[in-house]
Design a protein around this ligand. Structure first.
Ligand SMILES: N[C@@H](CCC[C@H](N)C(=O)O)C(=O)O
Length: 296
């Protein structure tokens, strides 16, 4: 086994990723190693640890996703754009098929190499699909609240599965004013979500614009969350709050989300950044940046 593994540090609107190419050799990195490398004190630091593997079903690549807490998850919108960028740079094509545990996603190159659009597939709304621990006939708004019973701080979220579980709380004021750093962990781990959930606060400004703040499952507050932007847009459309294309403002930048009427696929467009290449010593998980242009 190779004593070192190279990685790329990338981000999508400040949502940070370590990307390892394991298509030829798969390094043995368990949950403890993922946690150590994802931590900014002990590793390069990231929100998701991404492993690229050979595609078992005819895609360009298989993308495995681990949250910073070491848990494997089903979907990551911003990482899909970053991996799409890498695959299209590698092949020179304008399209890349990225497989995940929940299916194939298709990335498309925009005019600028750093801008990528991804087809995130079709959202699910059934309570068993989210999943929720008890039946709700209508998931456009469910009964759930935090704070005093007669004056809740947050209440009545919409729930959507876009590959991973999301709950979106609709707020009237600035998303910063609801203490998501305190309420986020309580809601992520609420018994109504048997697989936990990503928690968003969404302030809808008009028919085509909203601001979103996200507490990501297995990570915490992040600069951006692509799947949350998809889930919030779809939920807003179902609740007749917006039209079918929405500009979503996140702390790290903007995403454009379109929920296509014809086939119900969600299209997500936004920036990606390739920060640097690095190398991890597998014996002790120490790491270093590599000089620009030195990665195979
Ligand atoms: N950063 C992501 C979402 C990553 C997974 C999420 N934390 C989960 O546990 O489902 C994105 O851009 O979508």
């Amino acid at each position: 086994m190779a004593p070192h593994v190279q990685f790329l540090k990338m981000n999508g609107l400040g949502n940070e990723f370590i990307v390892i190419d394991a298509r030829k050799t798969k390094p043995q990195l368990g949950a403890d190693a993922v946690r150590a490398l994802s931590n900014h004190q002990t590793g390069p630091g990231c929100d998701q640890f991404i492993t690229l593997e050979k595609s078992p079903a005819g895609g360009d690549v298989f993308m495995r996703i681990h949250n910073a807490d070491g848990g494997e998850v089903e979907a990551c919108g911003n990482a899909t754009r970053c991996v799409g960028r890498l695959m299209m740079a590698e092949s020179g094509a304008n399209r890349a098929v990225i497989e995940t545990v929940v299916g194939k996603l298709i990335g498309y190159r925009c005019d600028d190499e750093s801008m990528v659009t991804v087809d995130m597939g079709v959202p699910k709304f059934g309570w068993q699909d989210i999943p929720l621990s008890e039946p709700f006939e209508d998931t456009r708004v469910i009964e759930l609240q935090v704070g005093p019973i007669d004056a809740p701080i947050l209440h009545s979220p919409s729930v959507v599965n876009v590959g991973n579980p999301h709950a979106i709380f609709w707020v009237k004021n600035d998303v910063e004013s609801y203490g998501l750093e305190v309420n986020g962990p309580l809601l992520e781990n609420h018994m109504i979500f048997p697989e936990r959930a990503n928690i968003s606060l969404a302030q809808v400004h008009n028919r085509s614009e909203m601001t979103l703040k996200v507490w990501e499952r297995g990570v915490g507050l992040t600069q951006a969350c692509g799947t949350a932007a998809c889930a919030a847009t779809v939920a807003a459309i179902r609740n007749k709050m917006t039209d079918r294309t929405v500009l979503v403002h996140l702390p790290g930048g903007d995403l454009t989300i379109e929920w296509r009427e014809a086939d119900e696929h969600i299209m997500m467009s936004g920036g990606t950044e390739l920060e640097y290449a690095g190398e991890i010593d597998l014996a002790d998980l120490s790491w270093r940046k590599l000089p620009a242009g030195s990665v195979e």
